[in-house]
Design a protein around this ligand. Structure first.
Ligand code: NAP
Length: 259
């Protein structure tokens, strides 16, 4: 299926690795020009070079922490009027919620709620004026099925989710949609470090814990980042203009409820 977004421009945040990178790649495969962000210049440049070698699209990088105003200003200077915005940032630490400091709560809100809200605010009215916009937020399955060890993530992302549901209907009439993708157990560095922390393992014991985690869900495996990227690209496509304010679980069937 031609997604109808060739020649569009996407700002993809936190895109040097994992799910963000997979979204960037799936969009590049559709002919979308990219502005990619991450904090570590070396990894980000390596990802940009890798994607440039595979796809004939424009790819530029904007190094910075998307959880900060400075990082967002750098991203927006490189991409002031994106057609597509993929909001993403690193997840907060896992742990006993009683032990998190006020600073850690603020950091979670900055990274997993305010960063996305501020970027949406910066670009959404321009998208509406131009008559096309697709915003995808990478959140977490924890939004619908909270785990106490991920309380920082749950609380901050629920705030973003409520905000998005409130504003999304105002923009769909201008062909601008805002949806969230809710991953669980995609094989990335973040998942590996979370499982290491939760199981207190490393090395081969961590490999075993990863294999056990993979087998624990109905799919009997972890998600592949390419699967995530493809779904993101569809929600960014010309065909997805009648879907907005949704929270789409990508969890291999783990979520047990109907809604
Ligand atoms: P990952 O493999 O660790 O990749 C994280 C990417 O984000 C890297 O490119 C990293 O580069 C960049 N990044 C992190 N913090 C950033 C910041 N403040 N500003 C700019 N870039 C930043 O992680 P992932 O698994 O893809 O996870 C992506 C998001 O999905 C996270 O919020 C995670 O909590 C959430 N999630 C993932 C899963 C899963 O199954 N993998 C499940 C639920 C939720 P730098 O470090 O160089 O900045």
């Amino acid at each position: 299926m031609d997604l109808g977004i060739e020649g569009r421009t996407a700002l993809v945040c936190a895109a040097s690795k994992g799910l963000g990178k997979a979204c960037a790649e799936a969009l590049a495969a559709e002919g979308v020009n990219l502005v990619l962000t991450a904090r570590t210049a070396e990894t980000l440049e390596a990802t940009a070079a890798e994607l440039r070698s595979r796809y004939p699209v424009g790819i530029i990088t904007a190094v910075g922490d998307i959880a900060t105003e400075a990082g967002r200003a750098t991203a927006l200077a490189a991409c002031p009027a994106p057609d597509i915005l993929v909001n993403n940032a690193g997840g907060p630490p896992v742990g006993d919620w009683r032990t998190f400091s006020v600073e850690q709560w603020h950091a979670a809100v900055d990274g997993n709620m305010l960063a996305a809200i501020m970027l949406i605010r910066a670009v959404v009215d321009g998208m509406a004026e131009r008559g096309f916009g697709r915003i995808v937020n990478i959140t977490s399955a924890m939004v619908k099925q909270p785990n106490p060890a991920l309380s920082l993530s749950v609380a901050a992302r629920i705030g973003l989710t409520g905000f998005v549901k409130g504003i999304a209907p105002s923009y769909v009439g201008s062909n601008v949609t805002i949806n969230s993708l809710l991953p669980e157990q995609f094989e990335t560095d973040r998942l590996r470090s979370n499982i290491a922390r939760m199981t207190s393992t490393s090395g081969s014991a961590l490999d075993e814990a990863m294999a056990k985690a993979a087998k624990s869900g109905p799919a009997g495996r972890m998600g592949r980042v390419e699967e995530f990227g493809a779904v993101c690209a569809f929600y960014c496509s010309a065909h997805a203009g009648f879907i907005t304010g949704q929270n789409v679980m990508l969890d291999g069937g783990r979520y047990p409820a109907v809604f």
